[in-house]
Design a binder for this molecule. Structure first.
Ligand code: FEO
Ligand code: CA
Ligand code: CA
Ligand code: CA
Length: 639
């Protein structure tokens, strides 16, 4: 029944640089990969790019590596991979630097001063100018969730309020200061920038949902002040130097009642949640007692890492979703455009266009201060991918189209809080789990659609041109180019690649990769040279089995978006996913995260399950960690 999409796929690699070429350096630097931004200030050029590769040299020239089967990081010949900042190390608060205990007996209070668990999105913010920018900076990183089997000395065999507090303290975001000396990176302790944001950190709610009736709780009658951030998965950065952390699968932390409202069902609330068991000791997560508390999660949260006193702000104008990440582009006219996918089966891809233009720093204000509320006003759109390779951005504006009071949408706050229902009403395209998004130098916007095995299921949406596989075990990368500029309300699209195994006998699992095979793409990062780095997240329960039998461990690959070639660069330890990527402005250090090494599929439901599938990184209890990758000769990574 599969349609013939060969025409579309053939057009994958015919990128025409003359169309909507992002050739203006002042524009390019706003791209996620335009690391010169942070090094040189808001409107400076792309310093250092000329030194980042010989003209005419191939974009990727490292020797690719085989699939991974070892319990360690493998990188190409001539590269080093240094593990740093593992879960549980102190972040460097002056006078409060508790050491990690290998038997996991650290307390909740100690965990609040230590690096969180399950590292995910990450970004490097330089702390110096010029060459020093490459040697001293902040790493800001997300901690998606906790593996309570590893977080506590006896796992989940017993359960109590202290364990809930420790799990909450291991969530959120860490800010650490790092320095490179002779090719070696270390965490600076203490540092005045060191900071943890946890599931209990006070946050401000801004934008159209702030103060809304659906955001008010017994603890916060104003609906403008919430506690904590959860399930922080992918991330983004703004041109004004702030970090965007994204609340992904937040609903699993809440327990619903025996009967659920239509709103609760649409957002996946269940009695008991998905196994975190916080509601048993913290009523905030019992939605039968605090029915509006889940509405206070699912947002993109803005953090200014350079100002240790600044409160994180939930930016509700960008909509509520299981946000995987947030990727910012800038239009020629200077408006910010934020793309974000919602990683859940049959959910959506969004973009937000700011009403106001980005302002430069002034003598009295940093760029972050000058653009403090820029993300609070603008238009949120949801994507509709048409069968003919065109697409439309459908505006989520109260009073327009079907989003009227007559149809049950009370105001704009209601529209952004119930963004899924609003997108349903508009007929947006239900995607195969949109994960990270990034943008190439020609303005193509890439989004990983990690997998979806349910499209063949009863009463489920069937295949469509953008999601062409009924049993999509392998995932794909879709891309689009907006008409005119990033704020265009239409686009054209194609699949950059369908992931798969060329030897698989199932047509839907072969894929069309030019180069090394992979499955379940998740993380995406365009570096300053334009290499598209692809990170995989095959789930532990499927890894090494069925369609994934020949795939080995999760991996990171480099793609040349002009030729379409994809080459395997790194493979991870057992039971991990590879996620998050960033680098120094000179491209000579790349930082990535290893999440949940040693994950065992049945851990959460079965506290006696073995967790010994990995002992990475220190031949003991597995710990998520950051990895700094460099070339031994000190040249740019990937060349
Ligand atoms: Fe948290 Fe969609 O990965
Ligand atoms: Ca992810
Ligand atoms: Ca994933
Ligand atoms: Ca994950």
């Amino acid at each position: 029944m599969a349609k013939d999409f060969s025409l579309m796929e053939n057009s994958n690699n015919s990128t025409n640089p003359s169309i909507h070429d992002v050739s203006d350096p002042a524009r390019r630097l706003f791209m996620r990969g335009g690391v010169a931004l942070a090094a040189g200030g808001l409107f400076s050029g792309l310093s250092g790019c000329a030194s980042m590769g010989m003209p005419g040299a191939p974009l990727i020239s490292f020797k690719g590596i085989p699939i991974g089967t070892q319990d360690r990081i493998v990188v190409p010949e001539g590269y080093t991979a240094q593990t740093m900042a593992p879960w549980g190390d102190p972040i460097g608060l002056a006078g409060n630097m508790p050491a990690f205990k290998g038997d996991a007996t650290n307390t909740a209070a100690e965990q609040e001063a230590q690096i969180g668990m399950h590292h995910d999105g990450i970004h490097y913010f330089p702390l110096a100018e010029g060459a020093e920018a490459n040697k001293r900076g902040l790493l800001v990183m997300n901690h998606e969730y906790t593996d309570d089997g590893l977080l506590h000395a006896d796992g989940m065999k017993t359960w109590n309020a202290d364990k809930v507090k420790k799990a909450q303290a291991a969530h959120g975001v860490s800010v650490i200061e790092v320095r490179e000396t002779a090719g070696n990176w270390e965490v600076i302790r203490p540092s005045r920038f060191a900071r943890r944001f946890t599931a209990n950190t006070p946050m401000t709610i801004a934008g159209p949902a702030a103060g809304h009736a659906m955001m008010r709780t017994a603890a916060d009658a104003t609906g403008t002040r919430s506690l904590g951030t959860l399930n922080n998965c992918g991330s983004g950065i703004t041109p004004w130097g702030t970090y965007l952390t994204c609340e992904e699968n937040f609903i699993g932390y809440f327990s619903g009642g025996d009967t659920l409202s239509e709103h609760e069902r649409r957002w996946g609330l269940r009695k008991g949640g998905s196994g975190y068991r916080w509601h048993e000791h913290d009523e905030r997560f019992d939605a039968t007692k605090n029915p509006n508390e889940p509405n206070r999660f699912g947002w993109i949260v803005e953090i200014d890492p350079m100002d240790p006193t600044a409160a994180p702000i939930k930016r509700t104008a960008m909509g509520r979703a299981a946000h995987e990440g947030a990727t910012v582009a800038v239009t020629k006219s200077g408006h910010a455009v934020v793309y974000s996918g919602e990683d859940a089966r049959f959910e959506y891809i969004y973009k937000f266009v700011s009403e106001r233009k980005i302002r430069p720093a002034t003598a009295t204000q940093t760029a972050a201060q000058a653009n403090r509320n820029l993300l609070d006003d603008g238009i949120l759109y949801v994507a509709k991918f048409n069968e003919d390779g065109t697409g439309t951005w459908l505006p989520l504006i109260h009073g327009i189209g079907k989003l009227t009071s007559a149809n049950g949408f009370r105001d704009q706050g209601d529209v952004v809080i119930r963004a899924r229902q609003a997108s349903d009403a508009l007929g947006a395209t239900k995607m195969d789990r949109p994960e990270w998004i990034d943008i190439d130098k020609q303005g193509w916007v890439y989004c990983t659609l990690t997998n979806n095995s349910n499209r063949a299921g009863a009463n489920q949406p069937t295949i469509d041109a953008a999601n062409p596989r009924a049993n999509n075990t392998m995932g794909n990368i879709i891309r689009w180019k907006d008409t005119g500029d990033f704020d265009g309300d239409t686009f054209r699209w194609n699949h950059f690649v369908l992931a798969g195994d060329p030897q698989n006998s199932r047509a839907d699992a072969k894929g069309n990769i030019k180069g090394d095979m992979f499955a379940c793409p998740d993380g995406l990062w365009t570096d300053a040279r334009g290499v598209l780095w692809i990170q995989t997240d095959m789930s532990t329960s499927n890894m090494g089995k069925d369609d994934l039998a020949r795939m080995g461990h999760n991996a990171m690959l480099a793609a040349d978006v002009t030729t379409g070639e994809i080459r395997r660069f790194l493979t991870g330890p057992a039971g991990c996913e590879i996620t998050g990527a960033t680098g120094t402005p000179d491209g000579k250090t790349m930082f990535i995260n290893i999440q949940h090494p040693g994950e065992s599929p049945s851990e959460r439901s079965n506290p006696d399950a073995p967790t010994a599938v990995s002992s990475w990184p220190f031949n003991s209890r597995p710990r998520s960690a950051t990895v700094a990758i460099r070339r031994k000769d000190g040249a740019v990574v990937g060349t």
